[in-house]
Design a protein around this ligand. Structure first.
Ligand SMILES: [Zn+2]
Length: 228
């Protein structure tokens, strides 16, 4: 089981880099990583023997995606998929429409993180459509290309959320369940990077070294969320 996991892709997810330029939500601060640590993590990815298996995403559409992270990524020949909240576009500390165009020109990809950073499991089907359908249409208008990927806010989903995502035409959906990715998985688990993560924890994430018991636990938790 461990060998199987090691061959699979792994996705590291960032939220904000450096100093936030907006007021943070409760519990959000630990997901902001210093520029120094961010550079260190990117250097570890670039030098890693499994570099080709590691991909990078960003959630929440913070201005630091462009102002701070993008130059570091481009300078190392890396790219990322940036999941944007359309309800925050142009607000202080968040990406604007022009910033998204800039990120696309730099070779980054754009996906939907919804409109209002809501817990999608708590929404009515009409509210969910606004997060998944209207927000997707807005991003398609901005980017000029179809948007087929979404990152689930707070990693919270259930069978109704997954059905709505499929109905709205999302081929790739990303959660925060941790560990390696089975490419057929819906959603695809990612590991969110926190400032306080140890070097050992980080190395395990990049190497896909989830212990068999951890993998079993994660898969069981994902199965429950898909089913409820
Ligand atoms: Zn988020």
């Amino acid at each position: 089981m461990l060998t199987f996991a090691r061959r699979n892709p792994r996705i590291v997810n960032f939220h904000g880099i450096g100093v936030p330029a907006r007021e943070l939500e409760p519990g959000e601060a630990s997901y902001w990583v210093s520029l120094h640590r961010f550079r260190d993590i990117l250097d570890r990815i670039v030098c890693h023997p499994d570099r080709a298996l590691v991909s990078i995403t960003f959630d929440d559409g913070n201005i630091s995606d462009l102002a701070t992270a993008a130059p570091e990524l481009v300078g190392r020949g890396l790219d990322a998929e940036i999941f944007v909240l359309t309800g925050r576009l142009g607000q202080r500390g968040s990406l604007s429409v022009d910033d998204i165009a800039h990120l696309l020109r730099l070779g980054m990809r754009i996906g939907n993180h919804g409109y209002a950073h809501s817990d999608w499991t708590k929404l009515t089907s009409k509210q969910l459509d606004a997060e998944l359908v209207a927000s997707k249409a807005r991003l398609e208008e901005i980017c000029g290309v179809p948007i087929h990927s979404a990152a689930i806010p707070f990693g919270r989903y259930n069978s109704a959320v997954l059905r709505a995502l499929r109905r709205a035409g999302y081929d790739a959906v990303y959660s925060s369940d941790g560990g390696c990715v089975d490419t057929l998985s819906y959603p695809r688990p990612r590991t969110s990077i926190r400032q306080d993560m140890s070097d050992t924890a980080l190395d395990n994430i990049l190497s896909g070294q989830l212990q068999p018991t951890q993998l079993l636990r994660r898969n069981a938790a994902m199965a429950v969320k898909r089913w409820i």
